[in-house]
Structure formats: C-alpha cells, structure tokens
Design a binder for this molecule. Structure first.
Ligand code: FES
Ligand code: FES
Length: 173
C-alpha cells in the first residue's frame, strides 16, 4: 500500500466568530480562517449553499454578502464578521417563496439541482440591482456559475420569469 501524503491547513486557533446570517446573529467557535461554507453547513445547519469545487470556481456555494454574491467556499469566516450574510434559506419559505425561487419551480429549471443554489442567489443579486435585465445581462451575471447538466435554457427562462414577478410585486406594493 502506498504511503499517503497528508496536507494540513495551518488555521488560526478557534475563537468565537460572530456571524449574522439571514438576520440572526450567531457565535460560532471556529478558526476565523475556515471558509464560511463550513460554518454555514456544519455549525448552522444551513445546507442551501453547496460544496462543489471548493476552489471558488463553480458557484455552487454562493451566498450574498451585504447583498452581493460571494463564494463561501473560499471566504474566510473572519471576512463575514460584521457583514450581512444571506443564504438560500433566507430568501423565502415554502409557503412564501422568493420570486426567484418561485420562478425556478415554475420553469422546472433543474436536472440534478446541484448548481441551483448559486444560480438562484446570483440571479437574486442581479434582480436586486436590475429588475429588468436583458438576456445578455442575465448571461453576464451567471457566466461564472457552472451547470454540468446543461439546464441553461430553463435557467434563462426562470430568471426572465423571476424578473417579471419582481417587477409585478414592486408594482403591486
Ligand atoms: S464550491 Fe465554491 S465556487 Fe465551487
Ligand atoms: S442542474 Fe445539475 S448542475 Fe445544474
């Protein structure tokens, strides 16, 4: 049997890290160097953000940090302290889904579903700043979110539908 190579991270020692996630303040005893994704999934049981590549390249782990998309797999917990973290769970509920969540359901925009967290979070940030995006702007916003199943046509349709729902909701408010 070959001898395995063990690579150890040299993280700072654990300390209480204050994280405000979906409007709730938590204190997590963790090394501030550990990626936020680990704290969300392992300590706070928020499993919307997915572990895909772990390298900041696929987008499966996307959360919103002060409203902007961020890759939780490469974002140290210390960088989220004092900031507003939103996960998929913070957008809406089963009873009252966020328009983007509703649109993805309506368009059945999923195959395996692994990319959907990142697609939905990134689309939400896009529509927050631009509720009437062109197809080119949608593609531009999602260009670094990878879907290995090739669901791009349905995802585009879902974001267009979500934009319509967002505008209709704003008009009704
Ligand atoms: S898991 Fe974070 S970008 Fe791929
Ligand atoms: S639906 Fe499978 S990766 Fe996008």
């Amino acid at each position: 049997m070959g001898r395995g190579l063990t690579v150890r991270r040299r993280d700072a020692p654990p300390r209480p890290v204050a994280l405000t996630v979906n409007g709730i303040r938590h204190e997590v005893a963790i090394s501030p160097d550990v990626p936020l994704l680990y704290a969300l999934r392992n300590d706070l049981a928020l499993n919307g953000p997915k572990f895909g590549c772990g390298l900041g390249e696929c987008g499966a782990c996307t959360v919103l940090l002060d409203g902007a998309p961020a890759r939780a797999c490469v974002l140290p917990c210390s960088h989220a302290e004092g900031r507003r973290v939103t996960t998929l769970e913070g957008l809406g509920t089963v009873e009252a889904p966020h328009p983007v969540q509703q649109a993805f359901v309506d368009e059945q925009a999923a195959q395996c579903g692994y990319c959907l967290n990142g697609m939905i979070m990134t689309a939400t940030a896009l529509l927050d700043r631009n509720p009437d995006p062109s197809d080119g702007e949608i593609r531009q916003a999602l260009r670094f979110n990878l879907c290995r199943c090739g669901t791009h046509i349905e995802i585009m349709a879902a974001v267009r539908r979500a934009a319509h729902l967002v505008r209709a909701r704003a008009g009704a408010a």
